[in-house]
Design a protein around this ligand. Structure first.
Ligand SMILES: N[C@@H](CCC(=O)N[C@@H](CS)C(=O)NCC(=O)O)C(=O)O
Length: 125
């Protein structure tokens, strides 16, 4: 099995969550930088890989994953053999899902809306 490849820009909060888990689980991952501030996510090769032009993007064997929450689940499923971060107990796993979905549907959306306001509309917060 080959090492996962993570396309990343570490200024991105979803990327950082993946980098944290990679560090906590000491996973051997090939890192490929995509400079969002230079628009590298729109490069032809990256767009061919991920038409949503977003990071993090993970390639692992036959899998192509383009959402940090799914990447976290995949890495934990594969590399957290002790079940420290990805509990083996059903109810505990549901608690992790609950927090991941809260982050995905609520927390990050607000953070992202604020970023758009401050950077693209040049609004003083
Ligand atoms: N729900 C996605 C959000 C990913 C996302 O919004 N990534 C941003 C950086 S924080 C991005 O790549 N933006 C570049 C673009 O949209 O062109 C996840 O959790 O992975």
């Amino acid at each position: 099995m080959s090492a996962p490849i993570l396309y990343y820009d570490d200024r991105s909060p979803p990327v950082r969550s993946c980098l944290m888990l990679i560090k906590m689980l000491n996973i051997n991952v090939e890192l490929r930088f995509v400079d969002l501030f230079k628009g590298a996510q729109f490069d032809k090769d990256f767009l061919a890989l991920n038409p949503q032009h977003s990071v993090p993007t993970l390639v692992h064997n036959e899998l192509l994953l383009t959402d940090s929450h799914v990447i976290l689940i995949h890495l934990a499923e594969h590399f957290d053999e002790a079940g420290k971060w990805w509990p083996k107990e059903y109810a505990d796993r549901m608690k992790v899902f609950n927090r991941l979905f809260f982050e995905c549907s609520f927390l990050f959306r607000r953070d992202s809306d604020l970023m758009v306001l401050s950077r693209r509309v040049n609004c003083k917060l």
